[in-house]
Write a protein that binds this ligand. Structure first.
Ligand SMILES: *Cc1c(COP(=O)(O)O)cnc(C)c1O
Length: 357
């Protein structure tokens, strides 16, 4: 064998740094927007029964018909719209980019936003055009419309609310972008449970709109289930990119069962929203800390010496996300996921001490 990795592996892949997931063993985990509440014992018992009876020797239903029917009802997917499932919404982002990856195609997004949009485009060999948000992390509609005209993107991703900023973009500005786009616009509603507004009900209005959701931030991050809703004229093609059986037997059974407990999930989301308000107020009162308003289950905040504060927190047993250095607009920014009241209290206590020193 004479070839080296640099001869064989594509340049853009070698230039990437791997998506880094830090070790969180023994730490209060407030870094990844997980729901801090476990499922209650009675729901776990139902899951145990389903698992005991599951046909693990068979392939899963490739169309996940029962689960899709439940999702249609619970997520209020408009009648007539098609549904595509992914092993997390990350997989759906990948399917979409692979489906549009013609030579010269452009995928567009705002920045700072969810890093997987750019990363997946890069991995698929598609050019990613990132359009900066305004300094207050709102949408720069004028600039976006201009960049859309210039780059003619096949696909635009907009997270609504946005990660890592937490901002919920102005709906009228979003509509302008959907109308200006020559291709598809995917509104990524990963944080829908904490936002209370949606483009799902607008699918009828826009032939180029797709809406993406995930169960990850609502308490089922470990199951890996994401969903894309929109016109079959688009989704029928994206579905050809999907690997058969991408939603495994357990995910299909468990998600379908847990979604029967709507009130439970809604109650957890309500508790997280109440804690978000409290956490925001506490952060706002801390000298030297500037939290940004959030419609998601996390809060972005700016503080001096962010890197040091992050490391101090970690030493004291609290893991959050350090965004300093990831994008110029995120200098001195840290992101904390809203946890249980006890976790948030611990975070605030340790943060107060870290800022004093
Ligand atoms: C977390 C997140 C996702 C990915 O969710 P999975 O379904 O777990 O893959 C997608 N989009 C945004 C904006 C996110 O923050």
């Amino acid at each position: 064998m004479s070839k080296q990795p640099e001869d064989i592996i594509r340049d853009e892949i070698r230039a990437l740094s791997a998506y880094h997931v830090p070790d969180s063993v023994g730490l209060v985990k407030l870094d990844a927007m997980e729901n801090p509440y476990a499922l209650p014992a009675e729901v776990r018992a139902e899951i145990a029964q389903l698992a005991a009876a599951a046909a693990f020797n068979r392939y899963p239903d490739p169309g996940a018909a029962q689960l899709k029917a439940r999702l249609r009802e619970v997520l209020e997917i408009p009648p007539g719209m098609a549904v595509l499932l992914g092993n997390g919404s990350d997989e759906i982002i990948q399917m979409l980019v692979m489906a549009v990856a013609k030579p010269g195609a452009v995928v567009m997004g705002v920045e700072p936003s969810f890093v997987m949009f750019r990363m997946i485009a890069t991995v698929c060999g598609v050019r990613f055009a990132g359009v900066p948000l305004k300094a207050d992390f709102t949408l720069d509609a004028e600039r976006l419309v201009a960049e859309i005209a210039e780059h003619q993107p096949a696909l635009i991703f907009i997270a609504y609310p946005n990660n890592p900023t937490g901002s919920l973009f102005d709906a009228a500005a979003m509509a302008r972008i959907i109308e200006a786009a020559p291709g598809l616009v995917v509104v990524d509603e990963a944080y829908h449970a904490f936002a209370g507004t949606t483009f799902m009900s607008r699918l009828q209005d826009y032939p180029n709109l797709l809406v993406m959701r995930t169960l990850s931030k609502s308490g089922l991050a470990g199951l890996r289930l994401g969903l894309l809703a929109g016109r079959d004229a688009w989704l029928a093609h994206v579905d050809k990119v999907r690997l058969p059986y991408n939603i495994n037997v357990l995910t299909q059974l468990v998600a379908e069962q847990v979604l029967r407990h709507q009130a439970l999930l809604a109650g957890q989301a309500a508790a997280i929203k109440a804690e978000r308000a409290r956490l925001f107020e506490e952060l706002r009162r801390m000298p030297g800390v500037r939290p940004f308003p959030s419609d998601a289950n996390f809060i972005l905040f700016k503080t001096g010496a962010a890197e040091q504060v992050f490391n101090d927190l970690k030493r004291q047993g609290v893991l959050i996300k350090n965004l300093h250095g990831s994008h110029p607009a995120l200098a001195d920014c840290l992101r904390v996921t809203v946890g249980t009241p006890a976790e948030n209290a611990k975070f605030l206590g340790v943060l107060g001490k870290a800022l004093d020193t």
